[in-house]
Structures are given as C-alpha cells and as structure tokens.
Design a protein around this ligand. Structure first.
Ligand code: SF4
Length: 457
C-alpha cells in the first residue's frame, strides 16, 4: 500500500467530526468520579502477576506555558518543586507496590508530562533508583522520556543514558520563528538538533520528534521547511499532531492570534503535503498521527501484527499491566482503569495519609472487553477476524453488533472499510479516519459529550 492512498480530502472533509482518540476503551471521559478506594485497591490486588508491568510517571511542571498545550501541566519556575514532587512519587510507588502480589517485573517505563526534564539530574536519579527498588526493571526494558530541548544539553543526555533511558521523544512543533512566537515556545533549531544528535551518540535506540500542524501562521511552504529539516536528521519516529483549537477547554489557547490559524482547508493541504513528504522520505504511517522508519520497532510491530495502543499512543508491549504515578496519571490494571487526582494538593495529601491518590476509575464490563479488543484490532492490525473474535467471547458477531451495521455499511459504501463474510478490513482511506471506524463499536458514545473530543483536522 502506498501512503498516498491514505489521504482522501473528500472523505476527510465529510468525516471531519469529533471523536475519541481511543488510547483506551472506554475513553477517559467515561471514568467514574465516585470510584472508591476499595475498588482501586482491589484492582491492584487482582493484577495478573504473570504479566509484566509498564510504569508511567507524570511530571506536570513546565517552565513556560506553550499556548497550544492541552496536557495536564503546572507552569512554574521554582525548580525546587521537582524535589518535593519526586519525594511523593517515591512514596506513591511504595504505596502501590504494597498492594501487588507476586513478581513485579517491569519491561517498560515512561516519563511524560508536563516536562520530565524539569527534574534535575539528582531528582531523576532518585526517581529511577526508587523505581528499581520498588519494581524489578528487566535488563532489556524500554525506558523512555519526553525531553524538552530547552532544558537539556549533552551532559544531561549522558546522564539520562546512565540512568537507563534508551528512548526519547523531543517536542519540536515547528522551527518557524513567527509560529514559535505565536505559540510561546521559542526553541532554536540548534538546541533541538544538538539534543537529537547527542542522543544518537549516547546510544538512544528510538528517537521520536513531535510536530504539530494547524498552528498560527503555518503555511504548507513554511511547514515543509520544518519537516525537511526534521527528516534530514532521520529520527526513528515522527508524530504529526493536529492542533485542536478548543479555547473553551484550554483558556491559554485564546491568547494565540486566532485570525492567523489556518482554515480547515489549509490544514487539509498541510496534512496531505506532510503525508506525501514523509512517505517519500521512507516513513510509514503507523496510525493516529504516528509515522516511523521501516527499521523502527513500531513499524515492524505493525508489519507483524503485534502493534498495540495505550495511553502513550502506540506500543510494542501488548502484555503489560500499566501503573500510573503522579498527578492525573492513568493506569490500567486488574481489569480497571485508575486515574490519579489531577490536583497536586489532593494527590500529595492522599499519599501523605497512606491512601492511594486515585480520584477516578472504571471497571471494564464483559461488553467493554469485547469492544475494546475489537477497537484495538481495528486501530492496530486494520483487520478483524469475526469468527475468531466471536468464538473467543462466545458471541455471534453480527447478532451482537446488529446496531452497528447501518453505520458500518455507510463506512463501507464510502470506501473506509471492506465488509467480508468473516472479516472487517480497514481500507487505506479509513486508516486516517480510523477513529470513525472505531466509533461504530463504541457502546458509550451515546452518553458522551462529543464536543469534548478533537476532530480529524
Ligand atoms: S507542550 Fe509540553 S512544555 Fe509546553 S506547556 Fe505543554 S507540557 Fe509543557
């Protein structure tokens, strides 16, 4: 399949509606606010100890506020806040570990934010030592960290490597100075390239660069310059996110010059041109904004059918139970999703009193498990064997999903999917619109507020 077949402007225009990104099913807005601590503890106890762990740490602090950002972050210049935060993270790890039975082998560890590199070397070291104390990090564990090139130099990259980090992602967004000014993220090209090249020299295996299209003052010609500069460095992965302008949810976005935002049509042109450029440079489309070189493990996992999707996007580690640490962090363990308090004081005071800082959660029903597996397969493998799925869950597929049929038929008529007797296959134009295919099987969508979700472009 050529990547060019992905891009169908007419279909994207027609399907340009809000929809969940399905980093989980059900999506996080369905989590219950009255999820009790007893249930959270029970989920940890119910963990399947034969499955390895994936550890996620959320570091919410940022020294400056990028105006486009929709992440959970706390702007501050007081670096000492990082030390206190790590103290609590260490206590939280010990608290969680006490509820886990059996082996605690972790094959994946990820630091996200916010800005994980807001933490200084000493605090990062304390955090990693504590993680190794509370859990047993596998020798070949994937340890990744989101790096802000403005807060890292070569010596810090060396230090990160010495702590065991072997993968990193770099926030770039756009090299254009007018765009950077409008989004309040001034970051020189030299800063970015120095960090990227240092990471290569010091053995980082998978380097990812994050870009955003749809920002103020971006034009296809200007963005092409950024894209070419990034491609010239051959990062293993490139994430190309669509900027979602939702100032009613993220008030800082209102400080950007709205009149300078590209129109939906201009964004479509930006997206089409970017996909063509990436494909020509040897990057294959993984799904939902992610591209990777054919040599990268994500591209290989997509080829051999082992790709998975989780809260960090796409992953090669299907089998893990996920533990989340830090404010707002989400875990997926023992058949439940657990989300920590988003408020720093609430999170701290729970840990200080020896309670899990879980504020929301959701226990999957049998129906959720069926739908979750189906949505995973569509998003990662693009094909589902209906007999096999039906047998696995003791259902007759087309009877069970009778409600989905009219919508699926419409998708098929539009060329997004092919419906066989025994398979549903996502066709190339459907891959870019995959969330709309997944929505056919979302049993929670009727209760959700669609305006909370972002759009395709
Ligand atoms: S984009 Fe990253 S650095 Fe910027 S405010 Fe958001 S989390 Fe912080």
């Amino acid at each position: 399949m050529t990547e060019a077949a992905l891009f169908s402007p007419d279909l994207i225009r027609r399907y340009d509606r809000q929809g969940p990104r399905y980093t989980s099913y059900p999506s996080a807005d369905r989590f219950e606010n009255d999820f009790s601590l007893v249930r959270a503890e029970a989920a940890l106890v119910a963990r399947d100890a034969s499955r390895p762990l994936s550890l996620y740490f959320h570091v919410p602090f940022c020294q400056t506020l990028c105006l486009y950002c929709g992440c959970h972050r706390i702007p501050t210049r007081r670096l000492a806040r990082g030390t206190r935060y790590v103290d609590f993270l260490i206590d939280e790890m010990e608290l969680v570990a006490r509820h886990l039975q059996g082996a605690r082998v972790a094959t994946q560890l990820h630091l996200g934010g916010g800005t994980p590199t807001f933490l200084d070397n000493h605090d990062l070291e304390r955090l990693m030592l504590a993680a190794r104390r509370a859990f047993s990090l596998a020798p070949d564990a994937q340890c990744s960290i989101e790096v802000d090139p403005r807060s890292v130099d070569e010596s810090r990259i060396v230090h990160l490597a010495s702590l065991g980090f072997n993968r990193l992602s770099l926030g770039v967004q756009d090299f254009d100075s007018e765009v950077q000014k409008a989004i309040n993220r001034i970051q020189t090209e030299a800063q970015t390239l120095q960090v990227l090249q240092a990471a290569r020299r010091h053995g980082f295996r998978s380097i990812s660069v994050d870009l955003i299209y749809g920002l103020p003052f971006q034009t296809p010609a200007r963005f092409a310059v950024t894209l070419q500069k990034v491609i010239a460095q051959r990062p293993d992965r490139i994430a190309l996110y669509n900027y979602a302008h939702l100032p009613e949810r993220f008030p800082a976005q209102a400080r950007m010059p709205a009149a300078a935002l590209p129109s939906a049509e201009q964004k479509l042109t930006l997206l089409g041109a970017s996909i063509a450029t990436l494909a020509a440079a040897g990057y294959s489309y993984i799904g939902m904004d992610h591209f990777a070189l054919h040599s990268d493990e994500l591209a290989q996992a997509r080829q051999n059918g082992t790709l998975q999707r989780n809260f960090q996007g796409y992953s090669t580690h299907a089998e893990c139970e996920l533990l989340g640490f830090g404010v707002s962090a989400i875990g997926s363990v023992g058949g439940s999703f657990l989300q920590n308090a988003k408020n720093l004081d609430v999170w701290e005071s729970a840990i200080a009193s020896g309670r899990l800082p879980v504020a929301r959660g959701y226990t999957l029903t049998e129906d959720d498990v069926v739908r979750s597996e189906l949505i995973q397969a569509l998003m990662c493998q693009q094909v589902v064997n209906l007999t096999r799925l039906g047998r696995r869950f003791g259902i007759d597929f087309w009877t069970y999903f009778a409600d989905a049929q009219p919508y699926l038929q419409a998708l098929a008529d539009d060329g997004l999917v092919r419906l066989g007797r025994d398979t549903i296959e996502v066709l190339p134009p459907g891959r870019l619109l995959i969330r709309h295919v997944a929505m056919a099987f979302d049993g929670h969508l009727a209760q959700a507020n669609a305006a909370r979700y972002s759009k395709v472009i």
